[in-house]
Design a binder for this molecule. Sequence first.
Ligand code: AKG
Length: 203
Amino acid sequence: MAAPGLNFQTSLFDSGESTPDLEFSTLTRHELSQGAWVDHAPGWLRGAGTLFQWLLDNAPWETTTQVLFDKTVVTPRLVASFTGGGDPLPAPLEAIRNALQWRYGRDFDSVGANLYRDGKDSVAWHGDRIARTVKDPLVATISLGFPRRFMLRPRGGRTELSLLLQPGDLVVMGGTAQRTWQHTVPKVASAGPRISVTVRHSH
Ligand SMILES: O=C(O)CCC(=O)C(=O)O
């Protein structure tokens, strides 16, 4: 499904070939409690606007549903997956996966994307389900498009870290982050479209 009618003017600095910073030169690690951590590398992907526009036009966007308190509800964002069908990854996504694999030493075999069309789209507090099959998984996201806030809290507690993610920013959650902490991208009064590329591993 295409994602029609969404416009977001990317800045001049954001255009050009989409390439990751192989030196991870802007990366800061936030050590959280209970053995969880988050790496944040501002502007890690150069040419973030180019990948944003390409994904907006070409990703296999889907509407999905989820069961919440016994009710089936439409998930408030579109999602796309690039792995599982046997097709090669588009070149910029392959470059991202390779860079993460090299740095973090995991076999990242799942690449997907979320599209937050406006401020009403969001992801609720959660830890990724992959945590049930891999004890301490790494989960990476790359932000493209409109800046949105990404927040973390100890499971069921208060927000302890809040990052305003800009185009090209890399976030990697690790240690016990999916078991002992939760993360969210909350709804906001007004926002342009944002895409997060998600990179995970299943073993
Ligand atoms: O969009 C983001 O930055 C976070 C996405 C997320 O939490 C998820 O896909 O599980």
